[in-house]
Ligand binder design. Structure first.
Ligand code: DGJ
Length: 563
């Protein structure tokens, strides 16, 4: 899968970067470990904190990493409910974050709270988030709920809502205002860009520790209820020619069409125009913030069905849906990535979405996914794609759950499949992020009616089988009653692999059919972020039938031979 997808990538460039990463890692390893420990152990007042490197996203050979303290970092996220980022509710957030073992919390910043009056900015709540995030030893991703939140303008400050002439809504094809701001509302854009720049300036001044890793610009920007804005301002742009910069980006190898939106995009003209319009707007807000404080910025997407998309109306129009990612890239270069909010629990759709958003020009990040148990295993699928982070939505104990989209209630039991993942991966997050960036990590998730999966590795074929006991031959796996199995395998050295998983049996066979596999040594151990420390050797029942993983977080270092 991933290996074959990447086969055409430039190996020399990759090796050079891997070498550079390794050299830099050695150079910074001590400092990095020291700073990571410091961050986790002792919250320091922002004024006294030493200034750390800015987080940033890097690309090599089509793979990506989020660098934190100059080394690849994996966001094991938890996103809180929409109305949970208040001083009064935070005490109900942290117990859930702790229960799930997240290392990063995604949390909103509300425009209506930050700018209660046109000339007044109030960042006291942001200060609270930073302070409490540090106290709880987590990083933050801030979500800028501003012009758009799920396609609407509900987070605009009240002084804007009462002036629709200055801050207009989009207009539908019948000339009626709809519940979505116009991307051609000049004063709204100016106000949003100014407020966002002020937020980023505040972070620059108060977050020398880099508690905040990334900022999401708007939330599911776009429009429900109309394919595009038909206001006079939008209409006059629509009747003009398609901008050359968009055409050039869509046709890098030429020839380049020209003409009106209808001429160039036919039936897709309205949707493509709206994507361009919304992305230009979000890109302008992002650029204003990035000019002040250049940490990674992204926009999230309300998805369309990746297998049977239908037409806009079935899905939100104008956001970074899979069909217009290239439009967003051209229109909003200040965004580092566009990210899918995945609420489709069936594996064909989920895996297809990961495929669509993992692109050489787009780091994969899953900023929201369902919190029902069926979603937990997809962390592993995201890791197989080299994701920089993954986050279930609605993780707090405020009493709200977005059922039926999510589970009937949020409690420790609901969160436990995610907690299991994070208890396993959390202690080795740095190692996993590095291995993924180096192209050495593979992972699989169980799919309905596929009780066995093969993973092609250097010299070996690994198999993950589901629904077997922990003892006895494995020729006829039945699959688990629910598809909850997951496994990850990373190449540590020639014939040596890190193996971990849940509810599965993993085994290896040499590629050479005349040879058989022998376990030279199977060590179970612990990670402390980057290094493996063996604690015991598995043998006898623990290896005679393959490597069996149930519900305990266990990490193995497996050395293989043949006979
Ligand atoms: C996706 C949005 O981005 C979230 O803020 C939230 O509204 C969920 N949908 C639904 O709970």
């Amino acid at each position: 899968m991933r290996a074959s997808r990447r086969v055409a990538k430039n190996v020399t460039a990759r090796l050079a970067v891997v070498r550079a990463v390794v050299t830099r890692r050695l150079a910074i390893a001590a400092a990095c470990l020291a700073t990571v420990t410091a961050c986790r152990a002792s919250p320091t007042p922002a004024r006294e904190a030493p200034e750390r490197p800015l987080p940033r996203i890097v690309e090599s050979g089509g793979r990506h990493a989020l660098l934190v303290d100059d080394a690849p970092y994996l966001m094991l996220g938890a996103q809180v409910n929409n109305s949970s980022a208040w001083s009064s509710t935070l005490r109900r957030v942290w117990p859930a974050v702790e229960a799930i073992h997240a290392n990063t919390v995604e949390i909103p910043v509300y425009w209506e709270q930050v700018q209660p009056e046109p000339e007044k900015f109030d960042f006291s709540l942001v200060d609270t988030l930073l302070a409490q995030g540090r106290e709880h030893h987590v990083h933050l991703v801030l979500l800028w709920f501003a012009t758009w939140k799920n396609g609407s303008g509900h987070y605009m400050p009240e002084w804007m809502k009462v002036s629709p002439q200055r801050f207009p809504r989009a207009i539908d094809v019948h000339g009626r205002p709809i519940d979505s701001p116009s991307p051609y509302a000049r004063e709204t854009l100016d106000a949003d860009a100014r407020a966002f720049a002020a937020l980023m300036g505040h972070l620059k001044a108060t977050d020398r520790e880099r508690t905040v890793l990334m900022v999401q610009v708007e939330n599911e920007a776009g429009t429900w209820g109309s394919v595009r804005d038909y206001s006079p301002a939008a209409q006059s742009v629509f009747e003009g020619a398609v901008p050359r910069e968009l055409l050039a980006a869509l046709h890098p190898d030429g020839p380049m069409p020209s003409g009106s939106w209808r001429d160039v995009f036919g039936d897709d003209a309205d949707e493509t125009f709206h994507a361009w319009s919304v992305a230009r707007y979000v890109g302008a807000v992002a650029a204003a913030g990035k000019a002040v404080y250049p940490i990674p910025l992204y926009a999230n997407a309300a998805l369309r069905d990746p297998l049977n998309p239908g037409r806009p109306g079935h899905y939100e129009s104008g956001g970074p849906t899979d069909n217009v990612i290239a439009v967003w890239k051209a229109a909003a270069p200040a965004l580092d990535l566009v990210a899918p909010d995945i609420y489709m629990s069936d594996s064909p759709r989920y895996l297809k979405v990961l495929d669509l958003y993992d692109r050489p020009d787009n780091a994969l990040f899953v900023p929201e996914t369902g919190h029902a148990p069926a979603y937990a295993r997809y962390l592993f699928a995201a890791l197989d794609h080299g994701a920089i982070g993954f986050s279930p939505f609605g993780v707090d104990y405020t009493g709200y759950s977005n059922a039926p989209l999510g589970a009937p209630k949020i409690d420790e039991e609901t969160l436990s499949p995610f907690a299991l993942n994070y208890r396993l991966v959390g202690p080795m997050d740095r190692a996993i992020a590095r291995l993924a960036f180096e192209g050495k990590l593979r992972a699989v998730v169980e799919e309905k009616d596929k009780p066995r999966q093969a993973i092609e590795l250097d010299g070996w074929t690994a198999t993950a089988a589901y629904g077997l006991g922990s003892f006895g031959p494995g020729d006829h796996p039945a699959g688990n009653p629910e598809p909850v199995g997951r496994a990850l395998i990373a190449e540590l050295a020639r014939d040596q692999f890190l193996v971990a998983g849940f509810f599965c049996r993993v085994d290896f066979a040499p590629r050479d059919p005349d040879k058989k596999r022998e376990f030279l040594r199977v060590e179970e151990g612990d990670y402390d972020g980057a290094e493996f420390h063996p604690a015991r050797i598995w043998n006898g029942d623990q290896t005679d039938w393959g490597l069996n993983f149930a519900s305990a977080p266990q990490v193995l270092r497996v050395s293989l031979g043949t006979y």
